[in-house]
Design a protein around this ligand. Structure first.
Ligand code: NDP
Length: 332
């Protein structure tokens, strides 16, 4: 099977010549292991950080070895109890066509309950990030006015909709195209939205939320965080989920210049990692799948076909070519 290797560490924006799609032998499963044919691969912003050689909450990708990440596939051979050929599993050995792994690192998923791609997106890691980040990290409560950046992406589109469904007084989102902005207000039910490329974020946020905000869900950092600090009300909360505007930066970014406002406004700015919130998963799956079934929560996916296009899908996601979760599909 083919698999993607990182062959050189990127400086700034990753370029295709730092990656290679290579043929590798398919390993027969040993005791307790399964062999999976991957059907859908996830490409996620955090993978950019793993391309750098520095200590972080996940280890860096190793050069000239397969990259990894979320994937859903079908079991083709099993030496593990409780998993049979034909079963579908979610696991962590993406970026490749075939994966051999210990069955305890895979979880069964049911394609009759939800499309397989949703286990990588709206019902998977990004979905839980949105749910836990808003409800636990930002301590969202009914009546809060919420601003979320990256609002047309996998995490952001769900943050805004959960806020609306949980009784936010106002939901505001920002995204990088007028088309995405339309989607936010017309389909996802945001009260207001703006294109951050159309003008200063602070000014556009003030117009979209003239009475201020109680919660900012940060996916972007930089000028978005600075604008949010300016618009937050006293005792406002920030969940810092991501800062994608600086993942490819070669210079240290400017700090929010208005950080001293944190004092007088008694703001709480808290980072998060979705891995800390797995206890919330059952409640998240139950509530969000209910909203999907009832049509109250909508989601998009951008599907790129073919393992040979996985790198382009990843780079395209960093550039904003996705609406909702970016997925690479390998079947047929
Ligand atoms: P998305 O589906 O939101 O895709 C990334 C989006 O980022 C693009 O579509 C693009 O949309 C936007 N973007 C890219 N560059 C910039 C920029 N310079 N300024 C503003 N927006 C930009 O990805 P996810 O939903 O998977 O992830 C969203 C965020 O959540 C990321 O920051 C990610 O790192 C973080 N995250 C954190 C987790 C945690 O545990 N802390 C877990 C999962 C995700 P546009 O067209 O609007 O620019």
């Amino acid at each position: 099977g083919r698999e993607w290797h990182l062959t050189a560490r990127p400086q700034g924006w990753p370029a295709p010549d730092g990656f290679a799609l290579r043929e590798a032998p398919v390993r027969t499963p040993g005791p307790g292991q399964i062999l999976v044919r991957n059907l859908h691969l996830s490409v996620d912003p955090y993978m950019r950080g793993r391309m750098d050689d520095r200590k972080s909450y996940v280890p860096p990708f190793r050069l000239d070895e397969p990259m990894d990440g979320g994937a859903v596939g079908v079991v083709v051979a099993s030496e593990a109890e409780g998993i049979a050929p034909g079963d579908h599993v979610l696991h962590g050995l993406g970026w490749r066509e075939y994966a051999t792994l210990d069955a305890r690192h895979a979880s069964k998923v049911d394609p009759s309950l939800a499309p397989l791609t949703t286990y990588l997106g709206v019902l998977g890691m990004p979905g839980l990030t949105a749910y836990a980040g808003l409800l636990e990290v930002a301590s969202f409560k009914e009546g809060d006015a919420v601003f979320v950046s990256g609002a047309a992406g996998a995490v952001g589109s769900q943050v805004g909709q959960i806020a609306r469904l949980k009784g936010a007084s106002r939901v505001v989102g920002s995204a990088g195209s007028d088309e995405k902005v339309r989607l936010l207000t017309e389909e996802y039910g945001f009260d207001a939205a703006f294109n951050y490329k159309n003008g200063p974020v602070s000014q556009q946020l003030k117009e979209a939320a003239p009475d201020g905000i109680d919660v900012y869900f940060d996916n972007v950092g930089g000028d978005h965080l600075e604008a949010a600090i300016g618009s937050l009300k006293v005792h406002g909360r920030v969940a810092v989920c991501g800062m994608i505007s600086q993942y490819n930066a070669t210079e240290p970014p400017a700090a929010p210049r208005n950080l001293a406002l944190v004092i007088g406004k008694r703001l709480r700015i808290q980072g998060m990692l979705v891995g800390d919130h797995s206890a919330l998963r059952p409640k998240f799956v139950e509530e969000v799948s209910g909203w999907i079934r009832s049509g109250e929560l909508k989601y998009h996916e951008t599907v790129v076909k073919g393992i040979e296009n996985a790198l382009d899908a990843f780079l395209g996601m960093l550039r904003g070519e996705n609406v909702g979760k970016m997925v690479v599909s390998l079947d047929d």
